[in-house]
Design a protein around this ligand. Structure first.
Ligand code: NAP
Length: 312
């Protein structure tokens, strides 16, 4: 660890500022624990770029993702949590207190809650990286308005793909969902809404094998996985929603994780290292909801509190 960085001691360090991290911070700071939250690259995580959250209790008319994050943050700060706009770059969970190095400081924490979330998965095809931001997007809320009156494509068949396709119909003149099977994974309600929407069409049993363009995307090379037939589809916008990868690379070799990189936690959010807890999508491949992440954050914080009491 770099000795030149200023060192500070805290009771609890939360790594990540999505619903899990901020909920943990509310519980920790309200229990009078000196709590620091590392925001990560984006305060609020994935939900902060969600246009509307309709299924978080307490908001019968829905609330914007940004608004919900702001409310979480205000509540955490009200109880004394300090939100630091920095990221964890190195951790050492073999020492006590735990040591977490950021760009700006070295934090010594008696307990740590890992709430680093997950990141949109990439298709991994030629052209995807080159045209990201120039027709390739992973966020309909952020980029949808650039495609006013255009024909766009959504790749994927889960809740995200269908929900975002529905959102894109506000701007685009048509939205074609390309799915690798002939059945959507999305919930029945979303499927029903998509099928009832005149602007949405489907291409089944098909994958995107290449994204083509010059200055920006102009077409996609497609392959039917049953017949092997290849085709070109003209579009200026392709939105990719094919799942997520947990942001846990930093903890490789320090915390137990499954074969996909999700942190292994028990029913009380304990990781493989006593005193280190995990919450939210970094440890949840299944539910991935704001409310489940927030619940995991609260549970992790309560367990962290018990851990510190027992330590005394
Ligand atoms: P997901 O449920 O894992 O779905 C990913 C989709 O992408 C699947 O249809 C999958 O196809 C497809 N896919 C995966 N890799 C692919 C590849 N390389 N090429 C082409 N297609 C690929 O992910 P998600 O939609 O992001 O949802 C994740 C979780 O969040 C789910 O539990 C979901 O219920 C939840 N969620 C809920 C809401 C809501 O409640 N409103 C909204 C968004 C997300 P296969 O179907 O063939 O596997």
């Amino acid at each position: 660890m770099n000795a030149k960085l200023p060192v500070r001691q805290v009771d609890a360090l939360v790594i990540g500022s999505g619903p899990a991290g901020l909920s943990a911070a509310i519980y920790l700071s309200r229990a009078n624990l000196n709590t620091v939250v590392l925001s990560g690259m984006d305060l609020g995580g994935q939900v902060s770029i969600t246009y509307m959250v309709e299924n978080y209790p307490g908001f019968p008319d829905g609330i914007s993702g940004e608004g919900l994050v702001e409310a979480f943050r205000t509540q955490a700060e009200k109880f004394g949590a300090e939100i630091v706009f920095d990221v964890a770059v190195e951790v050492d969970f073999s020492r006590r207190p735990f040591v977490v190095k950021t760009y700006g400081e070295e934090i010594h924490a008696r307990t740590v809650i890992v709430a680093t979330g997950a990141t949109a998965r990439k298709l991994d095809v030629p052209g995807e990286e080159a045209f990201t931001g120039r027709g390739v997007s992973y966020c309909a809320t952020c980029d949808g308005h650039f495609f006013q009156g255009m024909d766009v494509v959504v790749v994927g068949g889960g809740d995200s793909a269908v929900e975002e396709a529905l959102f894109l119909t506000r701007y685009a003149s048509s939205v074609t969902i390309i799915h690798r099977r002939d059945q959507l994974r999305a919930s029945a309600l979303l499927q029903e809404r998509a099928r009832a929407n005149d602007k949405i069409a489907f291409i089944w049993n098909t994958v995107v094998t290449e994204i083509l363009g010059d200055e920006a995307v102009h077409s996609l090379r497609l392959k039917n996985v049953q017949t092997g037939e290849e085709s070109l589809l003209e579009t200026k916008g392709v939105f990719i929603f094919i799942g997520h990868t947990p942001n846990t690379a930093l903890f490789q070799g320090q915390l137990e994780m499954d074969e996909r990189g999700y942190l292994v936690v028990d029913a009380r959010m304990h990781t493989s290292v006593p005193g280190v807890f995990a919450a939210g999508e970094a440890a949840d491949p299944h539910f991935r909801q704001v409310i489940t992440s927030a619940g995991m954050g609260a549970a992790a914080a309560m367990e962290a509190g018990h851990y510190l009491e027992n330590e005394r």
